[in-house]
Design a protein. Structure first.
Length: 346
């Protein structure tokens, strides 16, 4: 099969390859034309040269859900730099994930953190993250020095942020909608759904990106978004408010109104989460009612994920959770089951 690969045995290729490239590569090796709608590119087979492959220096990555642990992270690698966009920075990396904490190393890591025996770098896993991170992979391969606030790298940060935003809008990135919404409207035909909501998804991405601005720059559009008639806009505005963690009076009062009366349980939960993070209002009542009203296991799972963050993170809130807290119809769902196992075992 040597004729299918433009490379010598023992040579090394530095060009970037992404997971989405594997499918097109198999097709190209088999002599099958790669369909136009496929995102990835072949890296082996006819027409692929080592020179062209070596010039590929851009790759995107994402994280959404790991079993019962929900998050929303996008990464962009360009040459020597990696950009990380944490869309829910208050969701610390060490948030409970049952399969992880069956491992003794994870158990000890958390025990040492809770005992105050870790240094700042070792403790980052259990603390809120910045909205943006930027790393020089060549100088800092373990990504321990965040350059996002370094003026010397401001142009790099701006470029990487722009590339990531453009990529998300072009897809469009469907994870701007909660998974329970996607299950209801997108799973049967995600391509069609994406085409239908592309403009709205772009608006949500723009709102989410208010979190990377100075608060005073973001304040006016953020307040406007909190009053939107679109629940997805309100949802993201509240996530941004939580990202800033600023208890500005007008925002607190607006969030209290939303937590008390919004027709969407997930929006009420996001409002309660913000109020809890800024220590303006205890969240227990809102979460209890939202769980009772949840209409799917996915929605209940999202609520339980947020609840776990408030319970285990700072400042920490007590929740009286029992299996009866969640509609019985959802108890067999793996996501709900794992969260209930953890929350009721304490």
């Amino acid at each position: 099969w040597k004729h299918l690969v433009d490379a010598k045995i023992g040579s090394r290729q530095k060009g970037f390859v992404s997971f989405i490239d594997f499918g097109p590569t198999v097709l190209n090796l088999a002599g099958v034309e790669v369909p136009a709608g496929v995102d990835g590119r072949p890296f082996l087979g006819p027409g692929i040269t080592q020179q062209e492959l070596g010039e590929r220096d851009e790759a995107f990555g994402y994280a959404d859900r790991f079993d019962e642990k929900y998050d929303l992270v996008r990464t962009m690698r360009k040459g020597r730099f990696e950009y990380v966009r944490n869309f829910q920075p208050f969701n610390f990396d060490g948030l409970q994930n049952n399969y992880r904490y069956k491992m003794l190393a994870y158990q000890q890591w958390r025990q040492l953190y809770e005992a105050g025996e870790l240094n700042d770098l070792q403790s980052e896993f259990f603390r809120p993250r910045p909205a943006e991170q930027l790393y020089d992979i060549e100088a800092d391969p373990y990504e321990t020095k965040n350059l996002a606030d370094d003026p010397q790298y401001a142009d790099v940060l701006q470029d990487m942020r722009g590339r990531t935003t453009a990529w998300m809008i072009s897809m469009p990135d469907l994870s701007m909608y909660p998974e329970s919404v996607l299950a209801e409207f997108a799973f049967d035909n995600p391509v069609k759904f994406g085409q239908t909501i592309q403009a709205n998804a772009a608006e949500l991405i723009d709102i989410a990106n208010l979190a990377v601005l100075d608060f005073e720059q973001a304040r006016k559009p953020l307040f406007k978004a909190l009053s939107s008639t679109d629940p997805s806009v309100r949802y993201w505005a509240l996530i941004v408010a939580s990202s800033f963690g600023k208890a500005q009076k007008g925002m607190v009062e607006k969030a209290k109104d939303i937590a008390a009366s919004d027709p969407k349980p997930l929006v009420r939960v996001r409002a309660a989460q913000f109020l809890a993070l800024v220590k303006a209002q205890s969240p227990q009542d809102v979460y209890r009612e939202a769980l009772k009203e949840s209409t799917s296991a996915l929605e209940a799972g999202l609520i339980l994920n947020s609840l776990t963050q408030l319970r285990d993170g700072e400042p920490g809130y007590d929740f009286d959770i029992t299996p009866a807290s969640v509609p019985a119809a959802f108890h067999k769902d793996d996501t709900v089951k794992r969260r209930l196992e953890y929350l009721t075992a304490q």
